[in-house]
Write a protein that binds this ligand. Structure first.
Ligand SMILES: Cc1ncc(COP(=O)(O)O)c(C=O)c1O
Length: 369
């Protein structure tokens, strides 16, 4: 279907950076710099400086940027990791694939981990907490780090959606031992395929991950451990270095759109808007997603679809209620309720003023019918 307002608009996004990107790709290809060359190094430096950590390591996905640290840290069978169910399934999958057990906790109204419920879940098997900064809103990291320190737990931040988001003026991905970012194409900083980057201040861990991403090869002749192939492509890194320059502007634009949506929709009965960009002085959200809680959510999605507006209903079944995952013993009332209510509206810098106002008018029309 040809939407008037598509949920994402990659062609328009590409059009705006096409010239620069093609020149850069031509340069990389002409140099023949395809695997772990200077563009990856430059990108890692860009990210470490931006997030405020000593190191960044480029990997092949935002999944591996959590999985490889778990393996590197020896978290596996017999261990427990506390995380949320209301997230993309990758946050749970990495724990299971590492051989450990995910222990799930409910989320609060703003979709971040309910920290009031974390301590009661800590046992002698708990090794780590994996908070998720969903939609680009950072979890209450001061309190979470306090809990982690008290119980001697590792923190891996799932900041897949949170590049450039801050809490107390500190960047997502710089609080825990590891910050994990996805570079999936539709993320705010996305490449043209799969990619991920992790941040850390721990030099030994960074070095270990560099080995694990490249089959444990320290040099052409020395292999120090078994690893995986999880390298960030050099070509993708070169594209990311171009996009990186625009990141602050793109976040600014998203925050402006979120503000427009919020102002227009906050008094519409039937929907609950997310906290706005200026709702408190602790959070600086990047609005990777703009998520409404909506009464008659499925009907709203269908109404908007008929009007040519594409929305996303990502998790109509809570992850722990997915039959194949074996996690249905968890009782997480708020996460289960959210599965019936959440709907994401289009939000990206390329949206026009007309499109934004059309989305607003259409949502209002649905609830005033
Ligand atoms: C919250 C969250 N965690 C993890 C991931 C996994 O990232 P990737 O798709 O790059 O492996 C994503 C990607 O959408 C995500 O949104």
């Amino acid at each position: 279907m040809n939407y008037k307002v598509p949920f994402v608009n990659f062609p328009e996004h590409y059009k705006r950076i096409r010239k620069e990107v093609l020149e850069e790709m031509d340069d990389v290809l002409s140099r023949g710099d395809l695997i772990l060359r200077k563009d990856v190094e430059e990108f890692e430096k860009n990210i470490a400086d931006f997030v405020g950590t000593k190191y960044a390591v480029g990997l092949n996905s935002g999944t591996d940027t959590m999985f490889l640290p778990l393996k590197a840290l020896g978290i596996g069978p017999g261990d427990e990791v506390i995380t949320v169910s209301h997230t993309f399934v990758a946050s749970l999958a990495v724990i299971v694939q590492a051989g450990a057990k995910p222990v799930l906790v409910d989320v609060k109204e703003d979709f971040t981990m309910d920290l009031d419920k974390v301590e009661e879940l800590i046992t002698e098997k708990t090794k780590a907490i994996l908070p998720v900064h969903l939609n680009g809103r950072v979890c209450g990291m001061d309190r979470l780090m306090e809990i982690a320190r008290k119980h001697n737990l590792i923190v891996i931040e799932d900041a897949a959606q949170a590049i450039g988001a801050k809490y107390n003026n500190q960047m997502a991905g710089s609080f825990g031992l590891v910050g994990s970012f996805s570079l999936y194409p539709f993320k705010i900083l996305g490449c043209f395929g799969d990619g991920g980057v992790l941040t850390t201040n721990d030099g030994i861990l960074a070095e270990k991950i560099r080995l694990l991403r490249d089959h444990g090869q320290r040099s052409k002749t020395e292999i120090v451990c078994f690893g995986w192939n999880s390298r960030l492509d050099n070509l993708q890194a070169a594209v990311l270095n171009i996009k990186f320059k625009y990141l602050p502007d793109w976040i600014k634009k998203r925050r402006e759109i979120a503000s427009l949506y919020n102002k227009a929709l906050e008094n519409v009965s039937g929907v609950k808007t997310p906290p706005g960009p200026d709702s408190d002085n602790k959070h600086f959200d990047n609005f990777q997603n703009y998520v409404l809680k909506a009464e008659r959510r499925n009907e709203l999605a269908e109404f908007l679809r008929k009007k040519g507006i594409e929305t996303l209903v990502k998790d109509p079944i809570a992850n722990h209620k997915q039959r194949g995952l074996g996690l249905s013993h968890f009782n997480l009332p708020y996460s289960e309720k959210l599965a019936d209510e959440v709907i994401s509206l289009p939000i990206y810098p390329e949206l026009t003023a007309e499109q934004i106002s059309y989305v607003i008018t259409s949502v209002k029309e649905f609830y005033n019918k």
